[in-house]
Design a protein around this ligand. Sequence first.
Ligand code: C2E
Ligand code: MG
Ligand code: MG
Ligand code: MG
Length: 284
Amino acid sequence: RAKSDGRDGTRAFAEDMDKKARAITVLDSDMRRALAKKELVLHYQPQVNLASGRIVGAEALVRWRKDNGDLVSPADFLPQAEESGLIVPISEWVLNEACREAASWTRDGLPPLRVAVNLSAIQFRKQNVEQVVLAALAASGLESGRLELELTESILLHDTERVVHSLRALQAHGVTFSIDDFGTGYSSLSYVRNFPVNRLKIDRSFIHNLREDGNDVAIVRAIVNLGHSLNLDVIAEGVETAAQVGHLRAEGCDEVQGFYFGRPMPAADFIDLVRREAVVAQTA
Ligand code: C2E
Ligand code: MG
Ligand code: MG
Ligand code: MG
């Protein structure tokens, strides 16, 4: 009995692995096609300065628009793209598209907003990030000071020398950096010391229960104070309520991003939002 259970178990396991492997292969070739057929799109989520109340930038977030109209979220395809290495061409596309679109906004009369692009650790391992970024800036004509690159712990954790070198080179060109999901993970404090960052992005998990949870209040205060004493700006992500905005303002947080101000949206909607805001400011 035990023996046959074991065999069945093994077979079930093997079949399961096989199914998974097939699913991954299908996703992989689907993603290759998506890139070739230009099925990727960027949505932009506004970033708002708390002192002025104005939109000062946007984070570019990739989506996959399938030919059946479905919009696939990055969480459902980026992990696999990282595994297969497809993240490299995808990221390069994202970077170029974000720079190109942001450069076109100013030509359409919008103020020189910042655009934030997420980087993946795999890029640093597989390509010369410095060259790729400079090429995207040159091709788009975007002023380098308008590009911010969001770094995660997985980037800052490995191959430190090389990453620091690339970041410093880009910083010398005027590109800025933020640490994404700040406060989660291991040794955030050493990152702040070792890497040329300009901004901390408080992870949304700390914002979620901000009103009720005393620990989160303390953590947010600590991150804002840490950032400011190191001359860094601080932005909170995942801001969903007016109460959270009030709290973050009271704590001296510089900027906010979250559903309260706008979900990630197509570029055309983002442009409309900035234009409407400008009209409101003029008539106010
Ligand atoms: P992230 O960089 O931390 O981006 C913020 C995520 O939080 C976005 O999810 C955004 O839609 C979501 N969000 C924003 N405001 C709120 C809010 O008020 N409440 C809640 N509950 N969520 C909010 P999204 O677009 O699904 O992206 C998920 C993650 O995928 C991103 O997290 C980022 O790590 C990654 N990602 C997205 N686009 C790219 C990309 O082009 N390249 C790379 N390497 N990663 C990307
Ligand atoms: Mg991000
Ligand atoms: Mg984030
Ligand atoms: Mg996050």
